[in-house]
Design a protein around this ligand. Structure first.
Ligand code: AMP
Length: 247
């Protein structure tokens, strides 16, 4: 079954692995992964150049640095602008949207603009999320994401995600050579910012889930992660079955 044109939304606390699942399934289904946090970080790094000119790069950067959610009016405009540029009138590319919505107003924005077919709420025990967030590493040379956390107790099977090639290289060619990993951590993956982001999650994202129920009109699935990345097939199955049933 082709997943082209399907609009899928992943919501979940920071660290539940929604980005990792989204990347994997987007590659499999050949649809774009719209990771709002990554797009914001990229655009803020590029600073006032380009797309953020009209949306207030400075305002966005301040909220992100403090680990606070960006105001709804700003983030809705920003995400809407990105989604509208995908595909064209005849060929909608579809996507997995990751990291949006995180409030009732954002849910309403998605529904009012017909930006979503199916929502998956991904959950994970909080202690595992924290271990995974603090274990995140990005190679600054090739841009690949890794994770040094090793969560193997309480039934979890989440080994570190590391460069696998011999000689500890990233599985990516940069300028004709295998990349030498040069790990960095995200500036907001520290305990202080993380605590605020998890607090925001508890308040805002729970509201988002409840809002989808309240507004209705869209399928909402709960997907509790028990093992880790090996559950990607189960997650894909849940989503594809829903589209199959609707055919
Ligand atoms: P994340 O990578 O999802 O943890 O997002 C990093 C930061 O980007 C958050 O702490 C917020 O400042 C901002 N952000 C990402 N997604 C949203 C959203 N849906 N609404 C408001 N702010 C967001």
């Amino acid at each position: 079954m082709s997943m082209l044109g399907k609009r899928i939304v992943f919501i979940g606390a920071p660290g539940v692995g929604k980005g990792t699942f989204a990347k994997l399934l987007c590659k499999r289904w050949n649809i774009p992964h719209i990771c709002v946090g990554d797009m914001l970080r990229d655009d803020v790094n590029k600073s006032a150049a380009g797309s953020l000119n009209n949306s207030g790069a400075d305002e966005i950067a301040i909220f992100m640095k403090r680990g606070m959610l960006i105001p709804d009016s700003t983030i809705c405009k920003y995400v809407g602008m990105k989604l509208k540029t995908l595909g064209n009138d005849n060929t909608r590319s579809g996507y997995i949207l990751d990291g949006f919505p995180r409030s009732k107003a954002q849910v309403k924005y998605l529904l009012d603009n017909d930006f979503v077919d199916v929502v998956v709420h991904i959950t994970l025990d909080r202690w595992v999320s924290i271990d995974k967030i603090l274990g995140r590493r990005r190679c600054v040379t090739c841009g690949n994401d890794f994770n040094v956390a090793n969560v193997m107790t309480d039934g979890y099977n989440m080994p570190p995600i590391l460069p696998t090639d011999e000689g500890y290289q990233c599985p990516q060619i940069v300028l004709g050579k295998l990349c030498e990993p040069n790990f960095s951590t995200r500036s907001d993956d520290n305990v202080e910012s993380l605590t605020k982001r998890l607090e925001s999650y508890d308040v805002e994202t729970t509201v988002a889930v409840e809002s989808f129920k309240e507004f209705g009109g869209v399928a909402l699935h709960h997907f509790p992660v028990k093992k880790g990345i090996e559950e990607a097939d189960d997650l894909a199955e849940v989503i594809m079955q829903w589209f199959n049933i609707r055919k």
